[in-house]
Design a protein around this ligand. Structure first.
Ligand code: DCM
Length: 131
């Protein structure tokens, strides 16, 4: 059996803007932008993993809303899935606490102004209807 590690990322939308996060590590990904998220742990649902990862990485309380259709290969054995998500009322403002060094809330016109990770480009395209 081939292990398949699912990485879940959030299309976190507020007021018609999408949150983009600039990676600070590892060196080959640093400086590129991504939808924030991380690996789903064994026994964890993607929705719970996303909420956990966004709390760890951004210090924010979020809700996973619905799956963005599609899945995208990362490195061998890894696949990226995306959920639309929102900030819960009363959440702290997202901040780049770990893994990232800058955040931007992008309007639809600004979406392609940042240097997205290659594998995130089709995921971001698929998330545009949620903006
Ligand atoms: N990853 C990605 N795009 C994302 C989120 C993560 O390509 N939107 C990749 C980067 C890592 C792996 O998934 O190789 C695990 O992510 P992390 O290091 O954030 O747990």
């Amino acid at each position: 059996m081939t292990e398949r590690i699912v990485v879940v990322a959030g299309a976190l939308v507020r007021d018609g803007r999408l949150l983009a996060a600039r990676r600070s590590a590892p060196p080959d990904l640093a400086g590129r932008w991504e939808l924030p998220g991380g690996k789903v742990e064994p026994g964890e649902t993607p929705e719970r993993a996303l909420v956990r990862e966004l709390r760890e990485e951004l210090g924010a309380d979020t809700q996973a809303l619905e799956r963005v259709p599609g899945e995208w290969p990362l490195k061998p054995g890894y696949v990226l899935v995306v959920w639309a998500a929102r900030l819960l009322s009363g959440s702290a403002e997202p901040a780049p606490l770990e893994d990232h060094d800058e955040l931007r809330w992008l309007t639809p016109e600004e979406i392609w102004d940042v240097d997205w990770l290659d594998q995130d480009v089709p995921a971001v395209k698929s998330a545009l209807p949620w903006l």
